[in-house]
Design a protein. Structure first.
Length: 256
């Protein structure tokens, strides 16, 4: 069968499947129960609450600027100029605030895994410039104890959707957390760096696959960048050519 015909049939089959799902499970707003046109949309009342990250932003870490005058040389923020991160670029869909938490935390802690495909689609749009040159998608790993307790890695679920849309292979177990860490929520940037040092490793069976590859690291929230930095440093030392980061949300002002 010609590739074009095969692609058309795949799209047609996907449309039929989505239509059947919509009949059985009518589309609801991501943030509330209001009916919407398609699965994964925000209703007209919720949409204005979500602050999408667009220019101006730091060309490297993706932190949003209040205005373009905040950008330093090469469009970088002060933090990236003072301490360049290990990763090349980071992008996110939303600012991390009360609205985005209402969607991200249920995915992360309340078994709302059905949110992952919708959030992954938003990530694929926000991270198009990163995904265009990517060879592999790698989710930020959970320690096995946390994975057993939660039963899933939300970053891996997000990566699955992003990879399917972008046509980029996903290697969900390429990185491992070799040591458990406490919750980082209340820690500042320097404390996070100290806690995370030496906690991430590349799985030996995947090491050869990394050579010369451009990797996009997938996570739910980018806060200070300490976790992304630790992962990126490990990937680069193992042979990756470059590492970028794509998240659902970005904390607007990294903690000092």
């Amino acid at each position: 069968m010609p590739r074009s015909a095969d692609t058309w049939l795949g799209r047609f089959g996907g449309a039929v499947a989505r239509g059947a799902i919509d009949v059985l499970l009518p589309p609801r707003c991501l943030a509330c129960e209001t009916p919407v046109e398609r699965q994964g949309l925000l209703c007209a009342e919720c949409f204005p609450r979500y602050r999408f990250i667009t220019a101006p932003m730091c060309a490297r870490c993706g932190v949003p600027f209040a205005h373009s005058g905040e950008a330093g040389p090469d469009g970088l923020c002060a933090a990236c100029l003072a301490h360049p991160p290990e990763f090349g670029r980071a992008r996110a869909v939303w600012r991390y605030d009360a609205a985005s938490r209402d969607v991200i935390l249920p995915l992360k802690h309340a078994d709302r895994t059905e949110l992952a495909p919708a959030l992954g689609r938003l990530m694929a749009t926000a991270g198009r410039e990163l995904l265009d040159g990517a060879d592999l998608l790698v989710p930020v790993p959970l320690h096995y104890r946390r994975l057993v307790a939660r039963r899933y890695n939300q970053a891996a679920l997000l990566a699955r959707t992003v990879g399917r849309i972008a046509g980029v292979p996903v290697v969900p177990d390429l990185l491992r957390r070799v040591r458990a860490t406490p919750s980082l929520g209340e820690l500042g940037a320097a404390e996070r760096v100290a806690v995370l040092a030496g906690t991430i490793a590349v799985a030996s069976r995947h090491r050869a696959r990394l050579a010369g590859q451009r990797v996009v690291l997938i996570d739910d929230v980018l806060t200070s960048g300490a976790t992304a930095n630790e992962c990126a440093g490990v990937l680069l030392k193992a042979g990756a050519a470059a590492v970028d980061v794509l998240a659902v949300a970005r904390v607007p002002l990294p903690r000092a």
